[in-house]
Design a protein around this ligand. Structure first.
Ligand code: AMP
Length: 265
C-alpha cells in the first residue's frame, strides 16, 4: 500500500509531476469531484494497473453548476476520500482550492463543441459543459497526465472531453471505463447519497427503462417502465463521434440522475 499524499497547491503538484516524469514514470490521472464510490474506485484500479503513478483530483468545480443547483450541498469528505485512495495505493490526491483554480474569480472559457453540447444535459444545465471542459483543460495542463480515466456513466461528458482532446491537441490518452452499478442495477453516483430508501426504489426504474429501450428499440414504450413519480427530462438515442448510446435523465424526489447504455445505433 502506497501512502497517499495530499497536495493542494498547483506549483507543488507541478513539481511532483516533473520529478515523476524525470524518472520516466507514466502518470495516470482520475479527475473527480470527490465523495468517492465504487464507480470512482474502478477508474482508480484501472489506472493503478496501467500506470506507474496515479493522481486523483478532488475538486467540486463551481463553474459547472447552475445557480439553482446543488453546488453548496454537494458532499465533501476529503479525509474519507483520501483514506480510500490510500487503500488503492494512489500516489497523490490533488485537492486544490477554488481560489487557486479561479484566482480572478473566472477563467478563459473552453467552449464545448456545439454539435455535442446542444442536446441532452445542456438543455436543463445551460453552460454546464463549458464549466466541465474548462476545468478539465486546466487540470490536464496542470497535471500533464499520460492517460486520463473517465467513466462512461457520463457519456456526453466523455464524448465532449474526447473531442476537446482531439481538437486542442492535448497529449493525453483518454481511457473510457464502463459504468459500475450496484447489485440492483442503480449506477453508482455521488448524488445517490441524497436518495431516501423510497426514492432509491423509484430511481431503479431508470435502468429498467434503459434496458427496455435497448431490448425493444421503442423509446416511447420503454417510458412505461418509469415509476409514476419519476419526472423524465429526456430519453434519447444519440450518436456523438464514435459513441452511440441511449441516455436518460430524470428527477427522482428532487434529485437529478443520469444514466445510459451504449449500443450501436
Ligand atoms: P464525478 O466525481 O461524478 O465528477 O465523476 C468522476 C469520474 O467518475 C467521471 O469520469 C465519471 O464518469 C466517473 N464515474 C462516476 N460514476 C461512475 C460509475 N458508476 N461507474 C463508472 N464511472 C463513474
Amino acid at each position: 500500500m502506497t501512502k497517499t499524499i495530499i497536495i493542494k497547491k498547483i506549483n507543488d503538484i507541478r513539481a511532483k509531476v516533473n520529478k515523476y516524469k524525470a524518472k520516466g514514470q507514466m502518470v495516470g490521472f482520475v479527475p473527480t469531484m470527490g465523495a468517492l464510490h465504487i464507480g470512482h474506485e474502478s477508474l482508480i484500479e484501472r489506472a493503478r494497473k496501467e500506470c506507474d503513478i496515479v493522481i486523483v483530483s478532488i475538486f467540486v468545480n463551481p463553474t459547472q453548476f447552475g445557480p439553482n443547483e446543488d453546488f453548496n450541498k454537494y458532499p465533501r469528505q476529503l479525509e474519507a476520500d483520501s483514506e480510500l485512495c490510500s487503500k488503492h495505493s494512489v500516489d497523490v490526491v490533488f485537492a486544490p482550492d477554488s481560489k487557486d483554480i479561479y484566482p480572478e474569480g473566472d477563467a478563459t472559457v473552453v467552449v464545448s463543441p456545439g454539435q455535442y453540447q446542444d442536446r441532452l444535459c445542456e438543455k436543463s444545465r445551460p453552460g454546464h459543459f463549458n464549466g466541465v471542459t474548462t476545468v478539465v483543460a486546466k487540470l490536464f495542463n496542470i497535471i500533464t497526465p499520460d492517460k486520463a480515466y473517465l467513466g462512461q456513466k457520463d457519456a456526453q461528458q466523455l464524448a465532449i472531453i474526447k473531442k476537446m482532446v482531439r481538437d486542442l491537441n492535448f497529449s493525453v490518452e483518454i481511457v473510457p471505463c464502463p459504468t459500475v452499478r450496484d447489485v440492483d442495477g442503480l449506477a453508482f453516483s455521488s448524488r445517490n447519497k441524497y436518495l431516501a430508501l423510497e426514492a432509491r426504489e423509484k430511481a431503479l426504474s431508470l435502468y429498467r427503462c434503459l434496458k427496455k429501450a435497448v431490448e425493444d428499440g421503442d423509446l416511447e414504450q420503454a417510458k412505461s417502465e418509469l415509476h409514476a413519480e419519476v419526472e423524465l427530462e429526456y430519453l434519447e438515442k444519440v450518436s456523438l463521434g464514435e459513441d452511440d448510446f441511449i441516455a436518460i435523465a430524470a428527477k427522482v424526489d428532487g434529485v437529478r440522475l443520469i444514466d445510459n447504455i451504449s449500443m450501436p445505433l
